[in-house]
Design a protein around this ligand. Structure first.
Ligand code: HEM
Length: 422
């Protein structure tokens, strides 16, 4: 259904016309089917996003081209500059950020030299060594949440793994790291869910206003009462020199909180779901926990937390395969598709916890490569190890067809994952 013509030609000329990206219920249920059809046609395809979005873009779906695109300095991230200076108004329709301005000036939507300066400010906090120091705390939070899960599931009742564990673990860790007080965390989680869900532009704006206002207050509080946390560190970096604008500080806190939580929850959720659906793989891993590091990479490759694509803008014409993408276009680099490219990962649709999955694009590639990857890996390692060890009889408490995926183009994850523990 991806091919607008009779499905015969795969030439560059045919692909210069755009096909609608079918972002419907079927897509959210099985996005890999859509990606497979696109990869079949070629490494890049011009597409038009459905009604609410309405803009056109070029989606890169094969591994080699996706990896090259992520490292290409002509593909930029800063949409504030792009919208003003070079995006083609014909192509972009209503493409616009629903975030208030104060939340936009973060590293993931910046290009060098701003990106370099912003990233340097937090790089140190996320080195493997600094992150390893968080392990005892991650273990303690994990144990506490699993105790509570065990209590709630003791009588054989299903427990929602997302609400009871996968969501609170990364949320607690990132909030402690940044210094967000316990009482404010529930609000924060609500706003995150709203801004990560497609659709309501109005609710997005409302939630993002609330978040920006909250972060502004929190920063003022850190300034008045410095703590040991990362946010205090950033406030001091701002106040020491001119390295960080107030908006950049707010946006940095926003990005870290959002990225630190919305993704890792689904690495744990999608990962447990994949393992429970592949009992042979689950047993293999449980029998040899030294496979855990590689298994987590495989889970990221197989069904990672990001859905459709990460966005870039062409600052000049860029050739991808046999197609030249003009200047001023939106490029969607599909990490989830690249990770299922058969040329790079043979038998890509099969979960194999012993596969050599390194080189997957689940954390991106190039200068924007996930700064939080060591933290995400640590949390996942502790989470999977402890769940598998403590709950040897863990099972899904719903039929495979009852799994409901979030209707989000940004995030790939399930709303709930009811499990039986005993
Ligand atoms: C960037 C994935 C966890 C913070 C990225 C990118 C990806 C990604 C694909 C690059 C996006 C692009 O190039 O457009 C993930 C996944 C995670 C995860 C799959 C969990 C399994 C985290 C955590 C944190 C975090 C725990 C924070 C503590 C960031 C930040 C960036 C980023 C700040 C922007 C880096 C930059 O622009 O230089 N992440 N992430 N992420 N991630 Fe993560």
């Amino acid at each position: 259904t991806m091919e607008p013509t009779a499905g015969t030609s795969t030439g560059a000329t045919t692909r210069a016309s755009s096909v609608p990206l079918p972002l419907d219920a079927g897509f959210f249920q099985d996005p890999q089917a859509v990606y497979a059809a696109l990869r079949e046609e070629g490494p890049v395809r011009k597409v038009v996003l459905p009604e609410a979005k309405g803009w056109q873009a070029w989606i890169v779906t094969r591994y080699d081209e996706a990896r090259a695109a992520l490292a290409d300095p002509r593909l930029l991230k800063n949409d504030r500059v792009a919208l003003r200076q070079y995006l083609d108004p014909e192509q972009i329709g209503e493409f616009d950020s629903a975030f208030v301005e104060a939340l936009q000036a973060h590293m993931l939507s910046s290009d060098p030299p701003d990106h370099t300066r912003l990233r340097k400010l937090v790089n140190k906090a996320f080195t493997s060594r600094r992150v390893e120091a968080l392990r005892p705390r991650v273990e303690a939070i994990t144990e506490e949440l699993l105790d509570e899960m065990a209590r709630r599931g003791a009588d054989g009742e299903p427990v929602d793994l997302i609400d009871a564990f996968a969501s609170p673990l990364p949320m607690t860790v990132i909030c402690e790291l940044l210094g967000v007080p316990q009482n404010d965390r529930a609000d924060f989680r609500g706003w995150c869910t709203v801004v990560m869900t497609d659709g309501g532009e109005d609710s997005d704006r409302t939630a993002s206003y609330a978040m920006a206002g909250y972060l502004r207050q929190l920063i003022a509080a850190k300034r008045a009462n410095p703590g040991e946390d990362l946010l205090t560190g950033l406030v001091q970096a701002r106040d020491d020199g001119d390295r960080l604008e107030e908006n950049e500080l707010i946006a940095m806190a926003f990005l870290l909180l959002l990225a630190g939580h919305e993704t890792t929850v689904n690495l744990i959720g999608n990962g447990m779901l994949a393992l429970l659906r592949n009992p042979g793989q689950l047993d293999r891993l449980r029998a040899d926990l030294s496979l855990m590091g590689g298994a987590i990479e495989e889970l990221l490759r197989y069904d990672g937390p990001l859905n459709l694509a990460t966005t870039r803008f062409t600052s000049e014409p860029v050739r991808v395969g046999d197609v030249e993408i003009p200047r001023g276009q939106i490029v969607l680099v599909s990490l989830a598709s690249a990770n299922h490219d058969e040329h790079r990962f043979p038998d890509a649709g099969r979960l194999d916890v012993t596969r050599r999955s390194s080189g997957h694009l689940g954390f991106g590639h190039g200068i924007h490569y996930c700064v939080g990857a060591p933290l995400a890996r640590l949390e996942a390692e502790v989470a999977f190890t402890r769940i598998l060890t403590r709950f040897p009889n863990l099972s899904l408490a719903l039929e495979p067809h009852e799994v409901r995926w979030r209707q989000s183009t940004l995030i790939r994850g399930v709303e709930h994952l009811p499990v039986r523990i005993f």
